[in-house]
Design a protein around this ligand. Structure first.
Ligand code: ZN
Ligand code: ZN
Length: 385
């Protein structure tokens, strides 16, 4: 593993060195192997609600899987032929071989165990392909910072992305389950619920967007203000390179709290399911977008809706970037509470927490808020937030 990691970080990545073919081979092999795993253990590794859609597009998925495995194999061969260090190519070929031995594009379910609990491996793979396909080319075209696709700490952020998508069921259960209890406990506002749910869907969507951002603003500001909460949130701010993957870096405790605090009130208020689910999808895309390494010519629109420059200032290292731009949709909320900051056409010089006190790596970052030996307190929040 350390050797593979070294090769992934190798400086020798130029065209013809076998690195590009090796990396692509490995990425495709992981995609192919992951998909075969989903075919073998659908009950455990795929999102229950998506299984019907997969079943009706089975032949397309199997044909795509075959293409992915063939491409991974060919690129793996090219890489091993071109590169002295063959670990990228060999690992890719080993994964293709393993996927083939498990049935390849003909793979079928290996157990009939029924499970109410699943991991969203399919959700991870699909999200990565779709978001990557959209954001990687746009970031190349409109990049703010000239950084490699595999920029500083990309593996750490990918691990955050993997974990938050794998545990999609647990995370949505946590925010949905208490809401059912709350809805029945607040039967007194049934007429409010009926009135809200009877509005046109586009209006409900807009109301959910505004109300959630308002709740999120104060939730977020509280995490900056209270020292022990800041230690959780500092993990999100520890990213020193911004792009579409950077927003995934968030402590699990904060993810759970954020989901509970922002989705619960919307369920309790009784908004219809269609605009609520549309919003959950939208906010996911929005959080990817505002972290993206994108300089877009948006003009006045950047004062109406949150953009990468708006949120990048929130992550800025400079003194002027401390405790500004907490909203994730409407800059007007920051304007109203005196925390709006978008100086001219400038961008922050760097990103992260001053002094970089947050350790590197998922597990050390997970434990960071629970460690007592770290200097913290209102002073450090003021200095670093
Ligand atoms: Zn923040
Ligand atoms: Zn952020």
């Amino acid at each position: 593993m350390p050797k593979l990691r070294q090769e992934l970080d190798s400086d020798e990545r130029n065209f013809g060195s076998g690195w590009i073919s090796g990396f692509l081979a490995l990425a495709l092999a992981i995609l192919g192997f992951g998909t075969v795993l989903c075919f073998c253990f659908p009950e455990l590794l795929t999102v229950a609600d998506a299984r019907e859609a997969y079943a009706s597009n089975l032949s397309v998925i199997r044909a795509a899987l075959l293409l992915v495995l063939i491409a991974a194999f060919c690129l793996g061969i090219v890489s091993t032929a071109l590169r002295k260090n063959r670990i990228l190519g060999f690992t890719a070929l080993a994964l293709v071989l393993a996927a083939s031995l498990m049935g390849g594009h003909h793979a079928t379910a290996r157990s009939s165990v029924e499970s109410p609990v699943f991991l969203g491996l399919d959700f991870f793979l699909l999200n990565l392909i779709l978001l990557g396909a959209v954001f990687i080319p746009i970031e190349r075209l409109f990049k703010k910072n000239d950084q490699a696709i595999l920029r500083y700490e990309w593996r750490e952020d990918l691990l955050y992305f993997l974990i938050s998508t794998l545990f999609v069921q647990t995370l949505s259960y946590i925010s949905l389950n208490p809401s059912l209890a709350l809805v029945s406990a607040t039967a007194g506002i049934d007429n409010v619920r009926a009135a809200l749910a009877s509005q046109p869907y586009w209006l409900q969507f807009f109301e959910i967007m505004f109300l959630t951002d308002l709740v999120q603003y104060w939730f977020h500001r509280t995490f900056h203000k209270i020292p022990w909460l800041w230690k959780f949130h500092a993990v999100h701010h520890s990213a020193q390179a911004m792009d579409w993957l950077a927003g995934s870096r968030m402590h699990l405790f904060e993810v759970i709290m954020l989901r509970a605090f922002t989705t619960l009130p919307m369920y309790v208020l009784g908004f219809a399911e269609a605009p609520l689910y549309a919003y959950i999808f939208f906010v996911y895309l929005m959080s990817v977008f505002i972290h993206a390494n994108l300089r877009l010519p948006l003009g006045w629109l950047q004062y109406v809706i949150a953009t990468p420059r708006f949120h990048h200032w929130h992550h800025g290292l400079e003194e002027e970037a401390i405790d500004v731009n907490f909203a994730i949709h409407f800059p007007i909320i920051d304007m109203a509470f005196g925390t709006f900051h978008m100086p001219g056409d400038r961008w922050p010089e760097g990103y992260g927490v001053g002094g970089h006190p947050v350790p590197k790596g998922f597990f050390r970052q997970f434990l960071y808020p629970f460690r007592k030996d770290k200097p913290t307190g209102p002073e450090s929040v003021d200095q670093q937030a």
